[in-house]
Design a protein around this ligand. Structure first.
Ligand SMILES: CC(C)(COP(=O)(O)OP(=O)(O)OC[C@H]1O[C@@H](n2cnc3c(N)ncnc32)[C@H](O)[C@@H]1OP(=O)(O)O)[C@@H](O)C(=O)NCCC(=O)NCCS
Length: 194
């Protein structure tokens, strides 16, 4: 099946929503309304079957900070899974993120092996805490989240940054990029008050 990866068009929206929401009904991804897809359409890619124009897959980039972007709503139609379509979508989204000047791409996923085979590494969820503060706290599964955080750096982490001295600190997230990170990574003073 000949597949092309291309930007999403207005006419793709119903098929994207139908596919994403079918998987959402199986509790393996979050639902998206047609309106929310339309609002962010410029950030979506689709995989299209050029033989019959069917939607084979989709995925979107969601900026979390000036330096961190998330891959969200990644889905491949059941008829096209296991043929490399998801991998092509992820790598195309990564290239767009790189071209747009982001320093790091992340995702929350139930398929960590799929992402690690593409070059992502499993990271502590708090190291992508802009995602947690902006989106996860509204998720009905927040308190029973079974997803794993993965990330791929697009630039080298600053070797001598003050932040990198904090254990577990994600050196590509800057203090000034996201204020709540300071709280999340704040070290308790030894013997001090709690
Ligand atoms: C997760 C998902 C996007 C992966 O898409 P996909 O097109 O099946 O992904 P790929 O084909 O690139 O890779 C899937 C597997 O097939 C293998 N594969 C890739 N190309 C292949 C080929 N030509 N022949 C055989 N196997 C192949 C890959 O090694 C990969 O194995 P892994 O998952 O153990 O690493 C898809 O399964 C999906 O939409 N699932 C439901 C929705 C979902 O879970 N979305 C959230 C994702 S975070």
């Amino acid at each position: 099946m000949p597949i092309t990866i291309r930007p999403a068009f207005e006419q793709d929206i119903p098929a994207i929503a139908a596919m994403v929401n079918r998987f959402a009904a199986q509790d393996i991804m979050l639902p998206r309304s047609e309106a929310s897809i339309r609002q962010t359409l410029a950030d979506w890619l689709v995989a299209a079957d050029t033989s019959n124009h069917a939607l084979a897959g989709c995925g979107a980039l969601v900026p979390l900070t000036e330096t961190l972007v998330e891959i969200r709503s990644l889905a491949v139609h059941e008829d096209y899974q296991g043929q490399g379509v998801g991998g092509q979508l992820v790598l195309a989204l990564v290239e767009i993120a790189r071209d747009q000047g982001y320093e790091q791409v992340c995702a929350l996923t139930l398929r960590e092996n799929f992402f690690t085979r593409l070059g992502f590494e499993v990271v502590d969820r708090w190291s992508i805490s802009p995602k947690v503060w902006q989106a996860c706290i509204y998720c009905p599964k927040f308190h029973r989240c079974d997803e794993v955080a993965v990330s791929m750096p697009l630039v080298a982490a600053p070797a001598k940054a003050e932040e990198s001295k904090v254990p577990g600190w994600n050196g590509l997230l800057r203090w000034d990029a996201w204020q709540p990170l300071k709280l999340a990574y704040q070290q308790r003073p030894s013997g001090g008050e709690r």
